[in-house]
Design a protein around this ligand. Structure first.
Ligand code: GLP
Length: 240
């Protein structure tokens, strides 16, 4: 696992953006595994900037996202589908038909998980971008999730609901469930970049980089993947 410690969020975003942009330049048909949350926003800004100023094209790129809240559709501004359009898809030349997220409004949740898993089998990510929860979750794989897990419905922990409530008007509006790629789907990516900034991620980053591999801190399993780059600012790296 390669660990890059940056001065601040902007440098973290630039480094991650450079890696993803390089992958797209080398392979115009790349499959990008994408993430939501505040951690990758600066990286998406970098990708948009490179698209506008240097013509990096997403016309033949396709994407799979990690997760989506159960019950929210793409028009809901708290959905991850809305987030992706706002920060990336509507700002580059990607064909929206080639972008994929679990459907938060699916009536049959198990059928939706099956559909997404079948899709992932045909779309191995050239790179999977990850953030990390303060409890060490990746995607929405909460502590205790099995290494063999594939896309499933997660009951979000109180910790995650509280962390993510900052983006909602009121904590009561935060969905209590989400669809999430499983750990196996994440580990299937050819390469992984994990981003974190801020002191509230320091414990989780310590567990990810130095802790023993244990499902009580899901991100620690990334130690088993051959091509992981962890890019963290110095606050998130403060316990390393
Ligand atoms: C959510 C997402 C995760 C993300 C995490 C951290 O729980 N499901 O994929 O990594 O938030 O978000 P942030 O980057 O905003 O701290």
């Amino acid at each position: 696992m390669k660990v890059i410690i940056t001065e601040n969020y902007d440098e973290m975003s630039r480094k991650a953006g450079e890696i993803v942009t390089e992958i797209v330049k080398n392979n115009p048909n790349a499959v990008l595994g994408l993430a939501t949350g505040s951690s990758p926003i600066g990286m998406y800004d970098y990708m948009v900037k490179e698209h506008i100023s240097n013509g990096v094209s997403y016309a033949n790129v396709s994407s799979v996202n990690l997760d989506e809240y159960v019950g929210l559709d793409a028009d809901n501004e708290n959905s991850y589908a809305f987030f992706m359009s706002k920060y990336l898809f509507d700002r580059v030349d990607i064909d929206k038909k080639n972008t994929n997220l679990p459907n938060g409004k699916a009536e049959d949740k198990q059928a939706e998980c099956d559909r997404y898993n079948a899709l992932l089998e045909t779309m191995k990510q050239d790179v999977q971008v990850l953030g990390i929860g303060s409890n060490g979750h990746i995607g929405f794989n909460e502590p205790g999730t099995s290494l063999d897990s594939v896309t499933h419905v997660v009951d979000l922990t109180e910790n995650t609901i509280k962390d993510n409530s900052r983006l909602f008007d009121d904590i009561s509006q935060v969905p209590t469930q989400a669809f999430s790629m499983g750990i196996k789907n994440i580990m299937n990516a050819k390469s992984i970049i994990l981003l974190a900034s801020g002191k509230n991620k320091a414990e989780a980053i310590k567990g990810l980089v130095k802790g023993k591999i244990d499902i009580s801190l899901p991100a620690s399993v990334l130690q088993l993947h051959p091509f992981v780059t962890v890019i963290v600012d110095k606050d998130a790296a403060s316990l390393l």
